[in-house]
Write a protein that binds this ligand. Structure first.
Ligand code: FRU
Length: 493
């Protein structure tokens, strides 16, 4: 009975009896896999569980880890607590894709090596070392130790499919002794980058726990091509805000001719754009902003793809527990910079492969009272709306499960602010610009909004019915909805 329920919804890997699965090489992974299998029927039956965002077959996930394109596959790992749909001791889950549209779940990649004194495997990155070996760097947390004061950076070596991993025997690869007498708190989340044939790593943390912060990104340089010996090169960048308690999950990479730093400071994720001096190992920021204005986006991680472009995924946070699953990753976003150093984000073009049959409306005049459009009969949708604001002061797009929906999903633009239900973000159009280009993705309980490539917002929403409508209204004048295109979205699995 259980087997039949599982077989309808689970990927092939999760169906094999444990004993027949060559991949399951140890007890820890076997137990984690069994727990995920047991929770999957409930998790996958939940109507709020997204279908076109990456998540685990079941249970809790948080940060995306180690995004890497390698040998024809886009690989994503993620923080996973396999034993419940709430946070707990972390493992690494794994998925891969050939085209960024369809994804395949893979066995648990990293587990805590309890025999080696490890209780959790926290966030990190994946890279290929100078000897061509796939390597994961991650933060290792020991049993009974506080992550604030005790952490080490460990490595694991992978096979060519990035499926089987073994811990590097010489762990830790980086320990606190590298810093001499200097104490770095919340020291974690290694991210490797390259510049001028040199290999560097950044880690997150803060320099003064007592004073409530001094969030700082530290930098290290590899001393051998196997990436097993590292030298501390100091503080790459200290966050200008005294209020930032720490810098989690730093990502540091070149975009065009500038350098970009992402940090997750226990609040909205920040980006800085500026210059990197590989001689002094210091970063000078010239512009800054927020990656996502919504309340439910955190700990993003980036991947460089074969054409040199860079994608980012974040953790969509804030789901309720008790449903057999909890957490997903955002859609992949393509990163670019504007001439004045602002980050631009657009949904990865490959997402269009998930579109079903299009419905389209053109030139709908909007003035005051609502115009209602019936949406395709699904609650997994992409909506593209190009709206000429003309004389309208504000415009509201409301997604409703029925005429009397008490909790419609409202997206409102007032000229200076974008509001998604109760979440607000500053947004103004360039001088003379009157066109609002919205890309809205609704994946059951997840909403992602992209506005003119400049503002993104991620928000958990009440799950719409599969027969929802879109109501549009203006205030203070008339607007023209030049083009509204809507697609039902297919599952990524
Ligand atoms: C960010 C974070 C990381 C840490 C991981 C643990 O959400 O706190 O700093 O490595 O999650 O799961």
């Amino acid at each position: 009975m259980l087997f039949r329920a599982l077989s309808s919804s689970l990927p092939a890997f999760f169906l094999l009896p444990l004993s027949l699965r060559g991949e399951v090489t140890n007890e820890a992974v076997a137990r984690a896999t069994a727990a995920i299998q047991a929770a999957a029927p409930r998790g996958q039956a939940d109507p709020a569980r997204p279908i076109f965002h990456v998540t685990s077959p079941a249970q809790w996930i948080n940060d995306p880890n180690g995004p890497i394109y390698y040998k024809g596959f886009y690989h994503l790992f993620y923080q996973l607590h396999p034993f419940s749909d709430e946070s707990g001791p972390k493992y690494w889950g794994h998925v891969r894709s050939r085209d960024l549209a369809k994804w395949e779940p893979l066995p648990v990649a990293l587990w805590p090596s309890t025999e080696a004194g490890e209780a959790e495997v926290w966030s990190g990155c994946c890279t290929i070392n100078g000897q061509g070996e796939p390597m994961i760097f991650y933060t290792s947390i020991a049993p009974g130790k506080s992550a604030q004061t005790h952490a080490e950076q460990w490595a694991a070596i992978g096979d060519d499919d990035l499926i089987q991993w073994r811990k590097f025997p010489g762990n830790p690869v980086l320990s606190e002794s590298l810093h001499g007498g200097k104490k770095i708190y919340d020291w974690r989340d290694p991210f490797v980058f390259h510049d001028k044939n040199r290999t560097f790593m950044v880690t997150g943390g803060n320099l003064n726990q007592a004073k409530g912060g001094q969030a700082a990104v530290n930098v290290y340089e590899a001393e051998n091509s196997a990436l097993t010996q590292w030298k501390y090169r100091g503080v790459l960048f200290q966050l200008p805000d005294s209020a930032a308690r720490t810098a989690e999950c730093p990502n540091f990479f070149k975009l065009g001719d500038r350098w970009v730093l992402f940090v997750s400071p226990y609040g909205k994720v920040q980006y800085f754009v500026g210059d990197f001096d590989a001689g002094t190992c210091r970063f000078e920021a010239r512009t800054r902003g927020l990656l996502d204005c919504g309340p439910n986006f955190y700990a993003p991680n980036t991947m460089q793809v074969p054409d040199g472009r860079r994608l980012v995924w974040g953790w969509v946070t804030g789901f309720p527990g008790g449903h057999g699953w909890n957490g997903c990753l955002s859609l992949p976003r393509l990163l670019t910079l504007s001439r004045d150093g602002q980050l631009r984000q657009n949904p990865a073009p490959q997402l269009s492969k998930l579109r079903g049959k299009e419905v389209e409306w053109r030139n709908i005049r909007l003035e005051g009272v609502a115009r209602t459009l019936m949406l395709p009969k699904t609650n997994a949708l992409e909506i593209q709306a190009d709206i000429d604001l003309k004389t309208a002061e504000s415009i509201e797009l409301g997604f409703k499960s029925g005429a009397n929906d008490a909790r419609p999903v409202d997206v409102t633009f007032s000229g200076t602010e974008l509001k998604i239900m109760d979440a607000e973000a500053p947004l103004s159009l360039a001088k003379g610009e009157r066109t609002l280009r919205l890309r809205i993705f609704i994946d059951r309980s997840v909403l992602e909004v992209f506005v003119n490539g400049t503002v993104c917002a991620t928000k958990i929403i009440p799950t719409l019915d599969a027969s929802a409508s879109l109501e549009m209204r203006t205030e203070g004048g008339a607007a023209n909805a030049k083009l509204i295109r809507v697609w039902p979205m297919k599952t990524i699995w």
